[in-house]
Design a protein around this ligand. Sequence first.
Ligand SMILES: Nc1ncnc2c1ncn2[C@@H]1O[C@H](COP(=O)(O)OP(=O)(O)O)[C@@H](O)[C@H]1O
Ligand SMILES: NC(=O)OP(=O)(O)O
Length: 311
Amino acid sequence: MRVLLALGGNAMTNADGRARPEDQIAAAEVAMEAVADLVAEGVDVVVTHGNGPQVGNLLVKNELAAAVVPPVPLDWCGAQTQATLGFVLMNALDAALTRRGIDRRSAATVTRTRVDRDDPGFTKPTKPIGRFLPADEAAVLVEHGETWEDRGEKGWRRVVASPEPLEVIDAPAVQALVEAGFVVVANGGGGIPVVRREDGSLEGVEAVIDKDLGAALLARTVDADVLVIATDVPNAVLRYGTPDAEAIGTVSAAGLRSLAAEGHFASGSMGPKVDAACRFVEHGGSRSVITDLAHIVDAVTGDNAGTVVQN
Ligand SMILES: Nc1ncnc2c1ncn2[C@@H]1O[C@H](COP(=O)(O)OP(=O)(O)O)[C@@H](O)[C@H]1O
Ligand SMILES: NC(=O)OP(=O)(O)O
């Protein structure tokens, strides 16, 4: 069995959402224990990860250091997060595999994802990145030309362009590494967004792809049987945050789509996870699961864990 596991930002930071290096290393160690448990069950795992907090932090460094070192574009920031998180995840994964006596190693690939230059996502920013700020501090940055959005009780967050992922350019390399026996980390942050020029070459574009939508596309491309979207809640929930909240168990893609249309899933958080889970199944994937790290093994082996989407 082959599984594509998408790790949310919540699985890569501490309980307070802090993303210091030590927080990310500790979180990666917890997450990779779950991955090693899956590998021990004989599952081929491809791991992908979010990069919203990290890419936002790199943009702040750009701004603070602009007078001294040249700022780099957003696609470069995305590439840097793939390398850094790939390295952190590989260290944690190799250690967890070794502890179990499993003779397999990790590999991380810099992964590009093609988008359309004319995607409406370039004119209407939707992807939340970086830290939360109070409204008055966000207002100052809006005056400097940035787009910020009220994200509820945690505060305001910067939003950037987030085009639709169309093709994981480096999927054949991921596939080859999986078939060679590596546990692969790939397509972090949904992939580095690139567009194809008229001469066929590729160039990076300034955007951050939604990693859940990128994961659904990669899962199809590498022939995964199951897409697991790991976050900080065990299930997607109806009437989330109300006294009538109700966890969703097994549901069809069409059924979950109609619940989404009723407005049960917030944009920028559970909304894209639900969309990604449905897309994978709608395109022929056998099963998608939305759950937390503690339930990943049960979710894959089919023991009624998480929100399971299958037709
Ligand atoms: N209907 C819902 N069911 C469950 N969680 C929801 C729902 N709507 C919004 N959420 C929020 O979505 C969050 C997970 O999304 P997000 O924070 O973007 O995850 P990650 O960073 O792990 O990818 C949960 O912590 C929860 O607060
Ligand atoms: N690229 C992306 O979707 O990152 P997060 O999951 O961290 O927001």
